[in-house]
Write a protein that binds this ligand. Structure first.
Ligand code: NAP
Length: 444
């Protein structure tokens, strides 16, 4: 791998990269099937990703005709890195075993280890014989929608594909490694004004927020919409705030500290609620709902922007869901992609049907949506929300910080890139966008 890294850092051509032999093994952050029961009986919040994420060499798989081998310069931590490493809500070895039964090529995914990670930026080293649009030397980012394009159900909205999967979560050969194996239809051009790590953190969260808010498949926000955003300085929330501001909406960002509130103000989000200071108690001790607290949240939102939210950007799940369903405006939309605090939801249906609201389930993004979201990053219209950068060796610690909500925005991970700040090809665009916007989430 060292020769490949050096060649990339020295600006080798595609032909030169294609002529370098691929190693038989590569360094990767991985989890092990043997550890699936590691946390049996341990409470979710006490399960520690650092015990389950291993860094070490894994074998290089054979390349399928529709795939590419990518030298990963940087990757990022997603919440699914946490889920896979604490084996919740299910162990990911089950989905990979099912994938392995689908075809001869798919069998490769069913192993006693999984290379995790659902984001990457890097350079294409090889392409399979069926790949048309990409070649060795191309600088790319990778989105995580793993689609079977021979399945008819994938050809309306590929997220509806019967066997659609998330790469590096429900498949093997993910991005937290020196090499990634991806389908060619996961590739997108790397934004030229960004470093490797800045380019690596966006695809999963940025595309998810794009679909939830901008796409016809999501809430389809319009100018002037008031949008309540939970976790507004988190991974998906940090992009959601930018989409609302770009689209002429009015974001109301919810965070849990004055430091996070400041990040939002700096982004241009004027209406901010510190949920910790407000101390909302949506649930009573006896597991019943405290409706007066829903009303208090609603009153706080009206106090800030004068009206109820047209859209609620929901993902904390059980702890906030009933309140989200209540505060949405009459005719408004709650769009949800997750349930960090628990997936068994309860809400008061009376306020839902009598006030004619809509609930939209959303999951990642199809290739078109991911490509559009990447295009907006590449044009300098949406910016990475990276706060810190870790080495691949420290993947476990980075995942731990996300699990414990000790972070803001996204955590980047250096893979083949030896240091931060490399890989910027378009300084002119970078200067035009400005470091202030590009570093809005960076810790001092
Ligand atoms: P993240 O970076 O950890 O941010 C989540 C934010 O939610 C936190 O910063 C926290 O903000 C807030 N939060 C956490 N628990 C909360 C609670 N009980 N009540 C209110 N707010 C709470 O994670 P992320 O990357 O944004 O992902 C968020 C969720 O979406 C995860 O469950 C992830 O798996 C899921 N997700 C799903 C998809 C998909 O395609 N379906 C894609 C991406 C992410 P404050 O403490 O500041 O309030």
């Amino acid at each position: 791998m060292e020769k490949i890294r050096e060649a990339i850092l020295n600006g080798a051509s595609g032909e030169q990269l294609a002529s370098l032999p691929l190693p038989s093994e590569y360094r990767a952050a991985h989890i092990r099937k043997a550890d699936q029961d590691l946390f049996a009986g341990v409470a979710s919040e006490d399960k520690d990703p650092r015990s389950a994420i291993h860094i070490g060499e894994v074998p290089m798989p054979e390349l399928a005709p529709d795939e590419a081998v990518v030298a990963v310069m940087a990757s990022s931590i997603n919440f699914n890195t946490v889920w896979s490493s604490i084996f919740e809500p299910v162990s990911t070895f089950g989905p990979m075993a099912r994938l392995g039964r689908e075809s001869e090529w798919a069998k490769r995914h069913d192993r006693d280890y999984q290379v995790i990670g659902s984001d990457a930026s890097g350079v294409v080293l090889r392409v399979g014989s069926a790949v048309r649009n990409w070649k060795p030397g191309d600088k790319v980012t990778v989105h995580c929608n793993h689609v079977d394009d021979q399945d008819p159900t994938s050809h309306d909205d590929s997220m509806l594909g019967a066997n659609q999967r998330i790469w590096g979560y429900e498949t093997n050969f993910g991005g937290l490694a020196d090499v990634a194996i991806v389908k060619a239809n996961q590739l997108m051009p790397k934004p030229t004004h960004l470093s490797w790590e800045e380019a690596a953190v966006n695809a999963l969260c940025n595309s998810t927020s794009y679909r939830m808010l901008v796409s016809r498949n999501g809430a389809y926000m319009k100018q002037g919409d008031v949008v309540l955003i939970w976790g507004a300085t988190g991974g998906i929330g940090g992009y959601a705030v930018q989409y609302v501001l770009n689209g002429g909406g009015i974001p109301v960002g919810v965070v849990s500290s004055p430091e996070k509130a400041k990040i939002l103000h700096d982004l241009g989000c004027e209406a901010v609620i510190d949920r910790r200071a407000a101390n909302y108690k949506f649930w009573n001790e006896d597991n019943t709902h405290n409706e007066s607290e829903w009303r208090r949240l609603g009153a706080d939102i009206r106090g800030l922007v004068g009206e109820d939210p047209d859209i609620v950007f929901e993902h904390p799940g059980r702890s906030t869901f009933a309140a989200s369903m209540y505060v949405a405006k009459k005719g408004g939309t709650v769009v949800t992609c997750a349930a960090t605090s628990g997936f068994m939801m309860e809400f008061d249906n009376r306020f839902f049907w009598m006030r004619l609201k809509r609930l939209v389930g959303s999951h990642f993004a199809n290739y078109r949506e991911a490509y559009e979201a990447n295009r907006l990053i590449a044009k300098g219209m949406i910016h990475p929300v990276m706060s810190q950068v870790f080495t691949l060796e420290n993947t476990g610690e980075a995942a731990y910080q996300v699990h414990k909500n000790m972070h803001e925005g996204k955590l980047g991970v250096l893979c083949l890139s030896p240091e931060e700040g490399l890989g910027i090809d378009n300084m002119e665009l970078r200067q035009k966008v400005g470091e202030k916007k590009l570093r809005a989430f960076r810790r001092a």
